[in-house]
Write a protein that binds this ligand. Structure first.
Ligand code: GLU
Length: 338
């Protein structure tokens, strides 16, 4: 079992969830429909704040992932965007617009933001917030600000189910390892397993999973909970080695220097910890894969410098050896700040 911040993480062990043997959600009332059914009054925000502007506009623009089961996934059948990050965004929307959680959710415009473009999208103003398995770190804090953290993940490795050679990050030396461009995952593996061949990388982790299935790579590395979602969809093909080697605190990204908005987001997170909506959201999403809800982490209201460095310019290189993504689009390189 891997342990995150003192919390047991029964990851793939709970693939016995196939038999329904484990699962964090004992409350049928919240299954698939996390809380917030009570209507709230819309709050009055101070004129000139981001919250007031979003409320007046009547829509909250949220950057998230569309290919990560459990956190941010565009359901291919319903086209709904689902997952824990999505539920966090809905909790925020309800605090801005009032009404029920469902009514507030209708006012969210979800925009797909792959790992490499998150800072640039915030800086351009094309999103109000990013909730997208987004690790808080100093390099990113030079460009954007973060509320949270609201979850702590750890980087792990996914291999084919019958692979018993790769048990930890050191075993990746000499192996072909796929990760997403612009992620901390790619940077961490390059640092901790410098002989790993990382020449195959993609914008999305789902493309790495395809490369693993095709035998183009030996392993995929990123946060354990992202890998868990990929394994959940392919339990006969893949497994997570369950040997984390980093700590990844997930934050809500926002424009640098917007202190009032950051305070509001941090307060909203803290309130969700206290009133149980964070736990409900977790249980209805990640919990469905058999992961027990951990204690939510303390938010970190660090002092922001307020001044953003210039936006990174994504360029198209650095994917030597990579097969093109299924969309055929060129992939931006990892932002130098990942
Ligand atoms: N949490 C890591 C990051 O923000 C990896 C997951 C991702 O790429 O979204 O870079």
């Amino acid at each position: 079992m891997s342990k995150i911040r003192g919390v047991f993480f029964p990851l793939v062990l709970c693939l016995s969830l196939l038999a329904g043997a484990c699962g964090g959600n004992d409350n049928p009332a919240i299954e698939g429909q996390p809380g917030g059914s009570e209507s709230q009054e819309a709050p009055e925000f101070e004129e000139g704040t981001t919250m007031a502007a979003i409320q007046q506009r009547g829509s909250l623009k949220v950057g998230t992932k569309f290919d990560q089961p459990l956190f941010g996934l565009k359901n291919p059948v319903t086209n709904d965007i689902e997952g824990f990050d999505v539920e966090i965004a809905k909790i925020i929307a309800q605090e801005i617009f009032g009404g029920t959680r469902e009514e507030a959710a209708e006012k969210i415009e979800f925009i797909e933001t792959v790992s490499a473009v998150r800072e640039a999208e915030i800086q351009k103003g094309s999103v109000d917030i990013i909730v997208a398995t987004y690790t808080i770190n100093d390099a990113r804090k030079a460009l954007v600000d973060f509320a949270g953290p609201y979850f702590i993940a750890g980087q792990d490795i996914m291999v084919e189910r019958d692979n018993n050679d790769i048990k930890g990050v050191q075993d990746l030396n000499g192996k072909k390892v796929c990760s997403a461009q612009g992620s901390t995952s790619l940077k961490n593996v390059q640092e901790q397993a410098p002989q790993a061949d990382t020449s195959i990388s993609f914008e999305r982790y789902s493309d790495c999973a395809t490369a693993l299935r095709d035998g183009r790579v030996d392993a995929v590395t990123t946060d354990n909970v992202i890998l868990l979602g990929l394994v959940k969809d392919n339990p006969n093909d893949f497994k997570v080695v369950e040997n984390t080697f980093t700590e990844e605190p997930y934050g809500i990204g926002l424009k640098k220097g917007d202190q009032a908005f950051r305070d509001f987001l941090n307060d909203t997170l803290e309130e969700s910890y206290q009133n149980g909506s964070w736990e409900e959201a977790f249980n209805a999403t990640v919990g469905e894969a058999g992961v027990e809800a951990p204690e939510p982490p303390d938010v970190d209201p660090y002092p922001s410098t307020g001044e953003a460095s210039p936006a990174p310019t994504p360029t198209v290189t650095g994917t030597a050896g990579a097969s093109p993504s299924p969309t055929g689009t060129a992939s931006p390189t990892a932002s130098p700040t990942s």
